[in-house]
Design a binder for this molecule. Sequence first.
Ligand SMILES: NC(=O)c1ccc[n+]([C@@H]2O[C@H](COP(=O)([O-])OP(=O)(O)OC[C@H]3O[C@@H](n4cnc5c(N)ncnc54)[C@H](O)[C@@H]3O)[C@@H](O)[C@H]2O)c1
Length: 332
Amino acid sequence: MNFGVIGYGYWGPNVVRNLANMDGVNVSCIADLTPAARGRAQKACPTARVISSPCELIDSADIDAVAVITPVWTHYELAKAALLKGKHVFVEKPFTSTTAQGQELIEIAEKKNLRIMVDHTFLFTGAVRKIRQLLQEGTLGKLFYYDSTRVNLGLFQHDINVLWDLAPHDLSIMDYLLEASPEALVATGQKHLNGHEDVAFMTLYFPDSVIAHINVNWLSPVKIRTTLIGGEKKMLVWNDLEADEKVKVYDRGVDIKSREGLYELLVSYRSGDMWSPQVEQVEALRQELTYFVECIESNRDPHNDGHAGLRVVRMLEAATESLSQKGTLVSL
Ligand SMILES: NC(=O)c1ccc[n+]([C@@H]2O[C@H](COP(=O)([O-])OP(=O)(O)OC[C@H]3O[C@@H](n4cnc5c(N)ncnc54)[C@H](O)[C@@H]3O)[C@@H](O)[C@H]2O)c1
């Protein structure tokens, strides 16, 4: 299968490296607007044709699939051009800048029987797969909350705010783990340095009293990637920066023994064992791209398809609306 990769900035090299190391896959062309990026691409992938024009890449008859690894505002145009030329598309997160754009891309792909995969990389990490397994097995019991902190210093994006940059990770993880869509959300944030919000908070209300909170920040002195997931039976902590024991499950909680009036409420705190399940150590992007090729070959849509990408964009759009009104509740 011949791939063309558009965009060889920060993330593009990871996509190219993984594709180039896969059996049966060939990176036949790389396009980037800047000479410096093209120089790096040619050095890293000497067998690929390295060019400046994304249109020329998309027009190439030998290319079966196009990976779009460019800034968000370019995703729609490049992905649309590739789909119209009959190419399968792997596109970075967030899928598009608007839901209307995402919908249009899905329609084109469906009409032409082409696959779209949105790069929701975290879904392919050992930690998220393990957490999904624990939730599906009912280990945590009824879910209460999802609370994530994803903060670090920089990397500032020029075209988007911190919500559009970092929150897609949590929104796609929640979409995958909770298998439910939020009913409403609230987003707040503030701009300090370059005209885009660099600190933001998002609260999402899901059915069955499940609540989620996301804290994203480009101005944090330290890097934190910690998610708490609380359930009625057990709670877990996922610290993605831990080398081992990324996921810890705590047999902790609160048991209410009696509900016969406020003053007779018997509350007991459960404080049992903590254990750390085995988490597969794999390069998520490699798993994801392998799955993309399998989906193309077997003519089936991946779980992180255009619809999954669109659900994330819908939440980001609603968050943008809430943010612009200093945190009003927006229904979804
Ligand atoms: N999945 C992940 O974990 C992850 C991580 C980082 C970035 N990303 C996503 O990857 C995308 C790119 O981010 P980045 O950090 O690599 O950006 P970047 O600015 O470092 O690189 C983008 C590259 O695309 C090139 N480019 C821009 N427009 C182009 C066009 N029309 N044709 C050809 N080349 C073009 C630029 O010259 C640049 O080299 C974004 O959507 C971002 O959200 C995803």
